[in-house]
Design a protein around this ligand. Structure first.
Ligand SMILES: Cc1cc2nc3c(=O)[nH]c(=O)nc-3n(C[C@H](O)[C@H](O)[C@H](O)COP(=O)(O)OP(=O)(O)OC[C@H]3O[C@@H](n4cnc5c(N)ncnc54)[C@H](O)[C@@H]3O)c2cc1C
Length: 405
């Protein structure tokens, strides 16, 4: 069996779902393929920065006005080895970091498009190969339980995340900015006795750090940094033991809170932290976007935002070419234009993401000295300006991204 579309998108994460939604609403016959039948089976980040919020709003999904679970984080309490350093209000009026249920957001995008014949969502359909015609990829081979078929399309996009099959099948060359950490994520009920509502807390601990945002399900998500590849040792310790390790370096009130939930933590997930980027984002008729083209680390909660912004820029370039017939070389040039427009932001953010994990993990003495003295040094205008500059970049993005089609 073969089905034919204008565009086929492999992967219905935030990037793929957003792109399919824009293209289909502009009259382009789009196939969106997702291997999972339940979005909650794919663990991904939930922190949406103002840049991601604006991008989603631009497409028609205003997180403040749709019925999905959200928690705004508007303040951060900072600790050093469990001792209180300072409480910080996020510096701009609209600079909330929203913790957003991704399965709910993705289901919302899919259901909003139901009834549009140009939006063809293939749930539970895994792309297992590509199909060629004259040394160029013209289709995706798809499997759903026992059924196998081919999806032919003029434009083929790999929005299939950090383990992208299209990246592997086509042997895209990548730069790998080697990371020395992994993150153990888990959730506990929100510690109301320790934190005001909508407050994240961070704690620099010996040999690492913890990042703990407030979540939409009245929970606190805890990100605990471990040495790269060391999860097997952590697992062997047993959950109670490693929670006890965390308790030793936590503020006393939070440690008491954790004590109550030993053996009852939820949403545990180990993230193999990586920062990678394809040297070229397109090859033989396929364009990679989002994590497939540039895997982001969790630093600064950037991956979702960058993926949705990729989708907007891709749509700005792809919608116009469908107003007439286009050749393979015109499509290749369009792919390159999309990459060239997105590369500066991705490069800048990845360059920023490379530094903090290594500095914290290695406990660089200068960085530690600066952190211990943050309450004093942030009294200086120049220091505040420098911090604000970095914060602005992570909150609002590097380049201007607006949906123009
Ligand atoms: C634990 C964790 C915490 C994170 N924290 C944050 C955060 O707080 N904020 C943030 O912005 N980013 C965060 N990130 C990163 C963020 O999740 C990603 O950068 C973002 O989801 C990338 O979006 P995407 O659309 O490119 O790909 P993904 O969201 O990875 O989506 C890819 C989709 O493709 C599907 N797929 C894969 N292979 C196939 C196939 N062969 N056939 C069909 N479908 C396929 C997958 O099932 C998936 O649904 C985190 C990531 C993880 C894992």
């Amino acid at each position: 069996m073969e089905l034919e579309f204008d565009v086929a998108i492999c992967g219905a994460g935030p990037g793929g779902a957003a792109l399919a939604s824009i293209l289909a609403s502009r009259g382009i016959k789009t196939a969106l393929l997702e291997r999972q039948s339940d979005f909650s089976r794919e663990f991904r980040g939930e922190g949406v920065m103002p840049s991601g919020y604006e991008a989603l709003k631009n497409i028609g999904f205003d997180l403040e006005n749709i019925d999905i679970p959200i928690q705004k984080n508007s303040a951060v309490n900072a600790y050093y080895h469990g001792k209180h350093l300072m409480d910080v209000e996020l510096p701009f009026e609209d600079a909330f970091v929203r913790w957003v249920s991704q399965p709910a957001l993705l289901e919302h995008i899919i259901s909003t498009n139901q009834g549009n014949n140009n939006f063809n969502f293939f749930r539970g359909h895994r792309v297992h190969d590509v199909s060629y015609q004259n040394d160029r990829i013209r289709g995706l081979r798809v499997v759903n339980k026992e059924t196998k078929f081919n999806i032919k399309a003029k434009v083929i996009i790999g929005f299939d995340g950090r383990t992208s099959i299209l990246r592997r099948k086509l042997n895209f060359d990548t730069i790998d900015f080697k990371q020395i950490i992994d993150v153990v994520w888990f959730k506990v009920p929100y510690p109301h006795e320790f934190l005001n509502p909508g407050t994240a807390f961070v704690n620099v601990v010996p040999g690492g750090f913890m990042v703990c945002p407030a979540c939409y399900d009245d929970a606190l998500q805890i990100g605990w940094i471990i040495n790269k590849g060391s999860y097997r040792e952590v697992k062997e310790l047993g959950e109670e033991s490693w929670i006890s390790e965390i308790q030793k370096v936590c503020p006393a009130k939070f440690s008491q809170h954790l004590e109550k939930y030993k053996g009852k933590i939820t949403n545990k997930f180990v993230l193999d932290v990586s920062i990678e980027r394809c040297l070229d984002w397109s090859k033989k008729g396929v364009l990679l976007l989002g994590d497939a083209a540039h895997t982001m680390s969790p630093v600064g909660a950037q991956g979702i935002n960058i993926a949705v912004r990729d989708a907007i820029v891709a749509a700005n370039h792809l919608v116009p070419i469908f107003s007439k017939d286009f050749s393979d070389s015109e499509l290749d040039s369009t792919y390159k234009e999309i990459e060239n427009e997105r590369l500066p932001e991705v490069k800048k953010v990845q360059n920023f993401q490379k530094r903090p994990t290594t500095a914290f993990k290695k406990q660089n003495p200068i960085v530690m000295l600066v952190i211990k003295n943050l309450p004093t040094i942030t009294k200086f205008n120049l220091v505040r300006k420098m911090i604000l500059k970095q914060f602005k970049m992570m909150a609002y993005g590097v380049t201007k991204v607006d949906l123009k089609v």
